[in-house]
Design a protein. Structure first.
Length: 365
């Protein structure tokens, strides 16, 4: 038997009002778990809406600051008392709740307070070590039951999160297309690859204005379209692309670059997932020989300030040299249509530096 599940979603400034229509069917107690900033921004509104719907609230509880096994174990006693989990915040808070939900067999609902990744829509969870380095993927076929997207809360969040979300979202398209090239795909994978095209076009059309509006704290049509692309479209693509419980079609070289660089504390402390993935896409496109697409993304990155150099992500040449030894061995590129080599990565970086150098020269003239 084949089965694929998808979350519903509610979007708008009054999204939490829909808790009353959606959640009571799943039980009477909800553990509200999230990040500190997320709970400060949305916790009161979520708790009030839950209580108005007749749901008893456990918490709100801080998720611990990292999507680690240690923090999941810390939260298990409170989750054991609940019928459902309300996951509030960004990717790591939501992934913590997601894995807990899957392992304790409880329904979970997501309340993204930033638009930085598709974690609030997907069934895939990413687990890290306490130091922020990658530990494992947690595969499941059960996504959240529903996503509540309050656009006013997202519009008031620091703009760097949407900025990074743009990088993570266009990566979905390029990685799915490259990883599936020249293959006879299962239906679910083919659908995921087709949906991934919608992860790119809205960003090219609305991304620059949406980011400018978001910087002003405005909740405009452009902002909503980009939020939907980051949170929902990318998530739905991921549900299809990970249905076989592998990262084969859901990841690629851009993510391999990110996960290799998480070995350096500066990435975890000072940079965001999608920010570094967006940088990795530039290298992936150069390795793949997609010059026209590279120019398209390079220009978008420059327009909104996403990185186009190692300096911008605070990685030294020596650290990059070390990373080039690890990247070809990452599981993210195990299913690539060709073997990624250190020589390919070095050539791509040289060409990226040349392109950035040309920009600097043109600016000085």
């Amino acid at each position: 038997m084949e089965k694929t599940l998808f979350p519903g979603y509610t979007i708008g400034p009054d999204a939490y009002d829909d808790i009353a229509a959606v959640c009571p069917a799943y039980g009477k107690k909800a553990a509200v778990i999230g990040g500190k900033h997320a709970l400060a921004a949305a916790g009161d509104a979520i708790v009030k809406a839950a209580r108005d719907a007749g749901i008893e609230v456990i918490g709100p509880l801080w998720y611990g600051g990292e999507a680690s096994r240690e923090n999941m174990e810390m939260l298990r006693p409170q989750v054991a008392e609940a019928d459902m989990i309300f996951a509030v915040g960004g990717g790591k808070a939501i992934d913590t709740c997601k894995v807990l939900s899957q392992e304790t067999h409880r329904p979970f609902f997501t309340f993204p307070t930033i638009a930085s990744t598709c974690a609030s829509c997907t069934s895939l969870g990413i687990v890290y070590h306490p130091d922020g380095s990658l530990r494992e993927y947690s595969f499941s076929k059960i996504p959240p039951n529903h996503i509540f997207i309050d656009t006013e809360i997202i519009a008031k969040a620091p703009e760097r999160y949407m900025w990074a979300g743009i990088g993570d979202t266009y990566a979905k398209y390029y990685e799915a297309k490259i990883s599936s090239r020249d293959e006879r795909l299962e239906h679910f994978t083919a659908v995921g690859v087709a949906v991934s095209e919608m992860c790119l076009q809205p960003l090219l059309e609305y991304g620059v204005k949406a980011y400018a509006d978001h910087q002003k704290g405005l909740c405009t049509y452009d902002v909503e379209q980009v939020v939907l692309a980051i949170v929902v479209t990318t998530g739905i693509a991921s549900i299809f692309l990970t249905k076989d419980c592998t990262p084969d079609y859901n990841s690629g070289l851009a993510h391999a670059v990110f996960y290799a660089l998480t070995s350096y504390p500066v990435i975890e402390k000072r940079h965001l997932h999608g920010e570094v993935v967006g940088f990795g896409v530039l290298l992936a496109l150069l390795v793949d020989g997609q010059e026209e697409e590279f120019e398209k993304i390079y220009k978008l990155n420059r327009e909104i300030g996403l990185p186009v150099s190692l300096k911008e992500i605070e990685i030294t040449e020596d650290e990059w040299e070390e990373s080039m030894n690890r990247i070809p061995e990452m599981s993210d590129v195990a299913h690539y249509p060709y073997r990624v080599t250190k020589e390919m990565l070095r050539d791509a970086m040289d060409r990226l530096k040349e392109r950035a150098g040309k920009d600097a020269y043109d600016t000085e003239k």
